[in-house]
Design a protein around this ligand. Structure first.
Ligand code: NAD
Length: 351
């Protein structure tokens, strides 16, 4: 008999409709009268298009979202939103833009509508993160959970294949760690398994034809379910490691997740037979970690942390960071085991 507690988050998802129409509908539901659109520079055209569609209630675009949500960009965005007298924001883009939206919601306590254009999954969680210096602080706060999330597969149709694959593996990492989380429940088991199946099928389709809207729709559906699994559970060693690598060394988020996941899975699944069985069934392979690595590499993902620009002299610092405080993990985490995982990931050793 397994005991569990499940608490559902108040999340509203609109899937499949054209983003501009759906965003306007959601803002009307919220009674918003002055709306700022937040994005990164590379998604500025998309943000401007949404701002134009908002007509009179659109009061500006802030296009200064940056990777890992630096505190300085949060200050600039907050000032911009305050000066425009906004009562709601639309965050459009990848996890960086959505993360900025959450940070603004935390500062100003106003509602956010999220329009994700990657598979990172941040829109489904009440977790915020802000980087101060070389440290990323995170926390949970119900105020940062977007009031509505608009998933429009057309917006990911142009996501380059390389980003699609690594972002997809970022989502898969949420599902893998949810499946051995201490607070796994039957609902999360279903969400994580189905999310991973959908993402793998979607990525296989995208690998064949980048612009295939059905495949994009499937991968975005996977991103939703994997993100919801992240929002409903406690993450373990894999997320802790990637958080340290990203925050401290500024390594790219999705790529880091993709490289590290198979090594942590190989380590943790030895102590998580339920998760191992589920993953073996989904992947059709008795060695899920090796199969994940094979799929990612087959779809063109980077092989090693060295390739991502990491210097191996940083390994001791990351080991110290990751082992400084205890946290949930199916298997005891020692300095030696973390060092071995990092060494293998650094060199891109086969799983
Ligand atoms: P990102 O937002 O920086 O996007 C990655 C790259 O994709 C960028 O170069 C961006 O310009 C490009 N891009 C985005 N959409 C595109 C599109 N439609 N077409 C072409 N290019 C596009 O990074 P990410 O991987 O989406 O998210 C990573 C961030 O999200 C990290 O800061 C991470 O910590 C955070 N995150 C937070 C949570 C949470 O629950 N708080 C969950 C997952 C990720």
């Amino acid at each position: 008999m397994r005991e569990f507690t499940y608490s559902s988050l108040p999340m509203r998802v609109r899937f499949g409709q054209e983003a501009k129409t759906a965003v306007i509908h959601e803002l009307q539901r919220l009674g918003a009268e002055r709306v700022v659109v937040l994005s990164a520079k590379r998604q500025a055209a998309l943000a401007s298009g949404i701002n134009a569609a908002l007509d009179a209630i659109g009061v500006g675009v802030f296009e200064g979202a940056e990777m890992h949500v630096p505190a300085a960009s949060v200050q600039r965005a907050t000032r911009f939103v305050r000066e425009r007298g906004a009562d709601a924001c639309v965050a459009v883009g990848g996890g960086s833009a959505i993360g900025l939206g959450k940070a603004v919601a935390l500062e100003l306590d106003l509602p956010i509508v999220a329009v994700p254009t990657t598979y990172a999954g941040s829109e489904m969680t009440p977790i915020w993160g802000i980087t101060v210096g070389d440290r990323k602080r995170t926390g949970r706060d119900a105020r940062v959970l977007p009031r509505a999330v608009v998933y429009d597969p057309r917006l990911v149709a142009a996501l380059p294949r390389a980003i699609s694959v690594t972002s997809g593996f970022n989502a898969i990492a949420h599902a893998v760690e949810a499946l051995y989380a201490p607070d796994l429940s039957p609902i999360v088991q279903v969400m994580a398994s189905e999310g991973m199946r959908a993402m793998l099928a979607g990525l296989a389709g995208v690998a064949e034809a980048e612009g295939d809207l059905e495949a994009r729709s499937e991968s975005l559906r996977g991103a939703w379910l994997c993100g919801a699994s992240l929002g409903a559970t406690t993450m373990s060693l894999h997320h802790k490691l990637c958080h340290a690598l990203g925050g401290t060394l500024n390594l790219p988020h999705a790529e880091t997740h993709t490289v590290v996941l198979p090594y942590v899975a190989a380590f943790n699944l030895e102590a998580a037979p339920g998760a191992r069985a589920t993953l073996a069934e989904i992947l059709g392979d008795q060695n899920p970690a090796a199969r994940l690595q094979e799929l990612a590499r087959g779809w063109g993902a980077p092989h090693s942390l060295r390739e991502l620009g990491m210097d191996d002299s940083a390994i001791p610092r990351i080991v110290a960071d990751v082992t400084a405080q205890p946290y949930a993990n199916p298997r005891a985490v020692t300095s030696e085991s973390v060092r071995r995982i990092l060494d293998h990931a650094y060199r891109g050793v086969d799983c």
